[in-house]
Structure formats: C-alpha cells, structure tokens
Design a protein around this ligand. Structure first.
Ligand code: KIV
Ligand code: ZN
Length: 513
C-alpha cells in the first residue's frame, strides 16, 4: 500500500491566518507535538518574511527531530539563501520554492511574462538544489493556471532538481473531479522522478475533498494544517485527511505514518496557542464529534457503538463516546446515565423521573449531572447536600510573591482550613482544598469563559477532576477567576465524596457538571 507523505503547514500557511502570531517557544512546542504526531514534513515558516520567522525556523530545525524541516521561499536568490540558512541544522531539510503561474497572478501581481516566470522557477530550483537534495516546487494559483503552461514550468522545475511538485489550489477554486483531472494531467505530462503533492484551500469548503480527489488521481503528498488553519478559510484539515485515509482505506488504498491517537491532543494544543477555538461539530476533533443527543442514536450507540460511529473516539485521542442528555434523549440514555452515576431507578419512579427530565430538557439546552441528581433526590430521597462549602478564600501572589492560598471550609463537623503554595494561584487554591477536605483529587482539565463582558465579567470555570480513575466535573462562577476555580474544584470534590459515600462509580460526564 502506498504511503502518503503528510506535509504539515500549520506553522507557515496556518500561521498566516488573520490574528495568529506565535512566538518562537510556541512554534517549537507545536513542532515537537507534530513530530510526536508523526508528520513527515513540517513547513516551519517563511524565513525571508521577518527575523522572527527566520529564528523560529532555525530553532525548529535545531530542536525537532524526526520530520523533515521545510522552509518556504520565493524565487529570488536572497529568499532561497535565507531559507537554506534557516534549515541548515535540520537532519533532513527541504526548501519549498514557489512562483505564480496563472495569467492573472503573472500579469497583475508579478508583472512578469510567462518566459520570465519559467526562468525564475528554473533558476531558483537549481539554486535550492545546491543546498539540499530535497526541493519542492509550487506553481502558485495552479488550479487557475493554464495547465499546459503550468506543466512547462513544472518540467523545468524537475529538470533543475525539484523532487516534489506541489499543485496549489491557492484560492480554493477547484472542485474534486476537476482537481483530480489536473493532477492526472501533471502526472501524464511532466516526465522525471518526482512526487505530486496537493495544497488545497478551503474557500468553498472543498479543501479535504479536493485533496482526497488528488490522492485518487495519484498525488502522494498532502499539504494540510491542524484544525484546517490557513489563509482565509484555511487549508485542508490534517486530522480529516488522515482519518479519511484510515477509515476508508478500502476506498483510497493508501496509508500514512500518523499516530492518530495524538490528533485530539495536537488539535487542543494548536487551538490553545493560536487562540482559534475548534468548532463543536468539527470532524474528528470537535467536542461533539462523538457526542449523541437524540434518543434513537443514543439507544443505538449504547447497544452497539458502531451503529452511529464510524471511528473509535479513542483512536483519535478523544476520551470516548458521550451521551448528552437533552430534549431529544430517550429513556434508555436517561436510565443508563443514572446507572452510571450509581442511581438505580425502576418502574413507576423511572417513568415519573423521566417525565420530569423531559420537562426540564424542554427548558434547558443541556441537562447536567447536577440536574439529574436533583431529580433523583426528589424521586428517591437521595442526599445531594455538599459536604463542604466555602467560607473564605485568601490569596497571595504576583510577580514578587510566591503563589499562596488559604481556604476555610465549613462542614457538618465544623470548620476546617488549610493553606498551600502552588505553581500558580489556581494550583495553590486547589492544593489547599485537597488538604482541607482530605480528597487527593487530580485536576485533569480546566476551562474558563466569561459570562458577561467588561472588566467586571463573571468568570465561569469548569474543571474535570479525577480520583482513582473516576472523573467528575465541577463548576464555579465568580468575578475572580481564582475564586471561581476554587469553587469549581470544591464542587467536583463534593461530588466525589457523595459518590464514594454511596459506594458507586460516577459516570464520566464529558460536558459540564
Ligand atoms: O496557497 C498557496 O499557493 C501557497 C503556496 C506558497 C504553496 O501557500
Ligand atoms: Zn496556501
């Protein structure tokens, strides 16, 4: 089975997304994660663009082992030389040279004749070959270029030493069958030893479809970016092309080197560092990609996961399928969720509780574990009283003082307090709560959002906390984010205490306490 080279351009085309500006440390962190993910090539930047870009590419070339490190370059020799200098420390380096070949770009942007473009391409590729054996050439705006002319330029690139010919759909204008024809035309027209690559933008939402059509037509490298980042509407999403290849191996008949279990982690890291959040329903890595709300789907998934899931969530690094209770949910999911919370409810009580849940679900977007517990409390008389409540939280910190927190909690048995230092204020307050409650829970996930806007905005913190393999969510709201974090952590700790008092295993609710 042929292997597809996964060329990741998150740090180059992805970083060209409006509003993204990563510093060197962040770029190296992402590149290291891309290496763990198993990408074959990292396009680390465009060294001539700025000193910062040069430094980042150089730092990645020095620090990151595994993938080939690639630098982008226009055809000017100064660009090529700068790109070569930036990647010179990489064990395997590539220089990616591009020049536009569409009539529109040549005339209006480059102000060059077709012959000048040909000469530029040939000379730049030859220059790049003096630095490395691995040279990629791209005819920019390829999908809107005259195919015959584009192939003349590509032939010159191969004749001067290019080993990869990348066909960009620079403005996302292509459609799958047409793009496939273009790839086949290149393969049939340009002679020599080279790999064909796709570089598809998503202006019409067709970047992944076009890339896959390119593969069917013979392309053996896909250029893509984590979370589909890139200029304007972005590039083909790496996680989507990889999972299309994996899930439909029967159709595409190719494979990749990607360790798919790192996909979700990589997506989260890129989202966190770029500030670009991942849409909930994003394929593969979205938080709803394996969440089921309708009763029919929930029943199916609870009986046999593959009825409504074509991928195993754990294979892409997601925690697992999740059943989200809402107004479309059915009795099966309702009872199953309660059972996983350790609440067994049968017969008439189940019917009444389910009815009440449905009424509540009509009013609330998402019914949480706390809502279910409240219903169960009334129907079954189960206690939902918190063991500990916050009396006071005192904090110290800043640039000169080590982070420190003291909590005072009240419980039926009286008032307890504890204090702790921490790696930050939130760490300190969580440690103090652990100390005061005696529950040594681990904070595994932390999310903060603002409920209102402005400097006095309420911070809404949701945490996921784990103890002995059991995970629960907690929530806290306050104008002070550290206080909200402490409340959220204590909320989760109270749940763990309740669950262990009942001697039951709480369910791992993915979303919200
Ligand atoms: O979209 C594009 O054409 C590019 C080239 C530099 C390959 O990003
Ligand atoms: Zn691009």
């Amino acid at each position: 089975m042929d292997k597809i080279t996964i060329f990741d351009t998150t740090l180059r085309d992805g970083e060209q997304s409006p509003g993204i500006s990563l510093d060197i440390k962040e770029k190296v962190e992402i590149a290291e994660q891309l290496s763990r993910l198993g990408v074959d090539v990292i396009e680390a930047g465009f060294p001539i663009a700025s000193q910062g870009d040069f430094d980042a590419v150089e730092a990645i070339a020095k620090a990151v082992s595994g993938p080939t490190i690639c630098a982008l370059s226009r055809t000017a020799f100064a660009d090529v030389d700068r790109a070569a200098e930036a990647v010179r420390h990489a064990a395997n380096s590539r220089i990616h040279v591009f020049i536009a070949t569409s009539a529109l770009h040549m005339e209006k942007k480059l102000r060059m004749t077709p012959d000048q473009v040909k000469a530029e391409a040939a000379a730049a590729v030859a220059r790049a070959r003096t630095y490395t054996d691995d040279v990629e050439f791209s005819p920019e705006d390829g999908s809107r270029s005259d195919p015959e002319f584009m192939c003349e330029v590509l032939q010159l690139a191969v004749d001067n030493g290019a080993t990869t010919l990348n066909i960009p759909d620079t403005v996302g204008f292509g459609v799958p069958d047409e793009f496939a024809r273009l790839i086949r035309f290149v393969a049939d027209t340009v002679t020599g030893d080279y790999v064909i690559s796709t570089h598809c933008h998503n202006d019409l939402g067709l970047a992944v479809a076009n890339s896959m059509a390119g593969v069917m037509a013979g392309a053996r490298q896909i250029e893509c970016a984590i979370n589909g980042l890139g200029e304007r509407a972005g590039n083909a999403a790496l996680e989507e092309v990889v999972m299309a290849i994996n899930t439909r191996r029967d159709h595409f008949g190719v494979t990749t080197n990607i360790n798919t279990t790192e996909l979700a982690r990589t997506s989260r890291m890129v989202s966190r560092l770029t500030g670009y959040s991942v849409q909930y329903n994003k394929a593969v890595v979205g938080r709803n990609a394996f969440a089921h709300e309708s009763g029919i789907h929930q029943h199916g998934v609870l009986t046999e996961r593959t009825t409504y899931e074509i991928m195993d969530p754990t294979a892409v690094g997601q925690e697992g399928s999740s059943i989200v209770l809402g107004k479309h949910s059915g009795r099966h999911a309702f009872r199953d969720t309660l059972e996983k919370m350790g609440i067994s409810i049968q017969g008439d009580a189940l019917n009444v509780a389910f009815q009440r849940f449905k009424e509540l679900a009509d009013r609330k977007v998402e019914v949480t574990e706390a809502d279910l517990e409240a219903i169960a409390v009334e129907e079954l008389g189960v206690s939902a009283i918190d063991r500990f409540t916050v009396e006071a939280i005192t904090l110290q910190g800043g640039t000169q003082v080590a982070p420190w927190a003291k909590v005072v909690l009240s419980s039926e048995d009286g008032v307890v307090d504890a204090e702790s230092n921490g790696d930050g204020m939130i760490d300190a307050v969580c440690k103090a709560i652990k100390e005061a409650t005696g529950v040594n829970a681990r904070l595994v996930d932390f999310n903060v959002s603002s409920v209102t806007s402005g400097v006095d905005a309420l911070g809404d913190v949701v945490v996921h906390v784990e103890l002995d393999g059991v995970k629960v969510a907690g929530r806290g709201v306050s104008t002070d984010v550290v206080e909200a974090s402490g409340k959220a952590f204590l909320n989760a700790v109270n749940k763990l205490i309740r669950q262990s008092e009942r001697g039951r295993q709480p369910r791992n609710l993915e979303r919200g306490p």
